[in-house]
Design a protein around this ligand. Structure first.
Ligand code: NAP
Length: 446
């Protein structure tokens, strides 16, 4: 990969890059099938990604006609890499085995190791014979919707395809590596004003937040809507707040420290709740929720913005869903894409049906949605939320930070890129957007 990196750094043409040999092995972060049981008996928080995420050489898979090899300059940590690394709620090798049953190209994925990672920025180095819109030398970011174009269910909305998968989580050869294998329809232009690591951190969570709030497949936020956002400086929340502000809505953000309150205010969110100060106890014990605590949260929101939320942006899951259903206004929408604190959800259905609320499920984004979300990053309208950067060798520590909620926004990972700050092709746009806005999360984390 060194030769490829040197060519990229020297500004080699696409033609020159296409002539470089693809190495037979490359450096990657992976979990091992033989280690799936190592955390048995431990609580979730005790399972340590630093023990299960390894960095080493893996064999380069064969390229299918509709695929591209991308030389990965930078990647990012998503919560799904934490799930893979702690083998919860199930081992991701189950996904690889299922994909392995899909004939020749699927079979490549079923290996005793799983190269993880669902975000990447980099340079296309080779394309398969069926690829039309991208070519070697293109500077790209990768979104994680890995979908089969031969499934009729996917032709209205590709997230509806029966074998839709998340790349680097439900497929192998992900982005936390020096080389990635992706379908051509995962490729999008790299935002030219951002560094490799700033560009790499957006696609997964930015596209997810876009679908949840903006797309017709999500909550369809409109001007003036009040949107209540859990984890408002987290991976999803940092983009959700920006969409609400850009779309003329009123965000109410929840975070868990004074430092995050400051960050959220600097992002432009005026109505902020510090849950570590408010100390809501939605659950009296493991089985019983406390409606008076839901009411207290509702009152706090009204005191900040004068009304109940039109939309609740939900992802913590079991800990918060009862409260989320309660606080939404009559006719409001609770849009959910996850369940970090537990997926067996309980809420009081009377508050849902009597007040005609809707629970809307959402999952990643189709190509069009990811493209639209990326276009907003490219135009400098949505900013990256990169707060920390680790080298690939420290990927376990990076995942540990996310697992233990020690981070803000996104954590970037340098793969081929030897240092931070490289890859900026449009300094004029960068200056126009403003260094302060682009690096807000990075400066906050210190
Ligand atoms: P993240 O960066 O860890 O942020 C999550 C935020 O949730 C944290 O910053 C934390 O904020 C808040 N939080 C954690 N525990 C909480 C609790 N008990 N009560 C209230 N808030 C709590 O993760 P993320 O990238 O935003 O992802 C969040 C979840 O969505 C993960 O489970 C991830 O796997 C999932 N996800 C799903 C999709 C999809 O396509 N379906 C896409 C992306 C992510 P504070 O501590 O500041 O309150």
């Amino acid at each position: 990969m060194r030769e490829i990196l040197e060519a990229i750094q020297a500004g080699a043409s696409g033609e020159e890059i296409s002539q470089l040999p693809i190495p037979q092995h490359y450096r990657a972060a992976f979990v091992r099938k033989e280690e799936v049981g190592i955390f048995e008996g431990l609580a979730s928080q005790e399972k340590d990604p630093r023990l299960s995420l390894h960095v080493g050489e893996v064999a380069t898979p064969e390229l299918a006609p509709d695929e591209a090899y991308v030389a990965v300059m930078a990647s990012a940590i998503n919560f799904n890499t934490v799930w893979s690394a702690i083998f919860e709620p199930i081992s991701t090798f189950a996904f690889l085995e299922r994909l392995g049953r899909e004939r020749k190209w699927g079979a490549r994925h079923n290996l005793p190791y799983h190269v993880v990672g669902s975000d990447a920025s980099g340079v296309v180095v080779r394309v398969g014979s069926a690829v039309r819109n991208f070519k070697p030398g293109d500077r790209v970011v990768v979104h994680c919707n890995y979908v089969d174009d031969q499934d009729p269910d996917g032709h209205d909305d590709s997230m509806m395809a029966a074998n839709q998968r998340i790349w680097g989580f439900e497929s192998n050869f992900g982005g936390l590596a020096d080389l990635a294998l992706v379908k051509a329809n995962q490729l999008m232009p790299k935002p030219a004003h951002l560094s490799w690591e700033e560009a790499a951190c957006n696609a997964l969570t930015n596209s997810t937040s876009y679908r949840m709030l903006v797309s017709r497949n999500g909550a369809q936020m409109k001007q003036g809507d009040t949107v209540f956002i859990w984890g408002a400086t987290g991976g999803l929340g940092g983009y959700a707040v920006q969409y609400v502000l850009n779309g003329g809505g009123i965000p109410v953000g929840v975070v868990s420290s004074a430092a995050k309150v400051k960050l959220l205010k600097d992002l432009g969110c005026e109505a902020v709740i510090d849950r570590s100060e408010a100390r809501y106890r939605f659950w009296k014990d493991e089985r019983t929720q406390d409606e008076s605590e839901w009411r207290r949260l509702g009152k706090d929101i009204r005191s900040l913005v004068g009304q109940d939320p039109d939309i609740v942006f939900e992802h913590p899951g079991r800990q918060t869903m009862g409260a989320s259903v309660f606080i939404a206004r009559r006719g409001g929408t609770i849009v959910t894409c996850a369940a970090t604190t537990g997926y067996m959800i309980e809420y009081d259905n009377r508050h849902l049906w009597m007040k005609l609320k809707t629970i809307k499920s959402s999952h990643f984004a189709n190509y069009k949605e990811a493209w639209e979300a990326n276009r907003l990053v490219c135009r400098g309208v949505i900013q990256p939320t990169l707060s920390m950067v680790f080298p690939l060798e420290k990927v376990g520590e990076a995942a540990y930070q996310v697992h233990h909620n020690l981070h803000e926004g996104k954590i970037g990972v340098l793969c081929l890129s030897p240092e931070e700050g490289l890859g900026i092709d449009d300094p004029q746009l960068r200056a126009k957007v403003g260094e302060d806005r682009i690096t807000l999360f990075r400066r906050h984390q210190g």
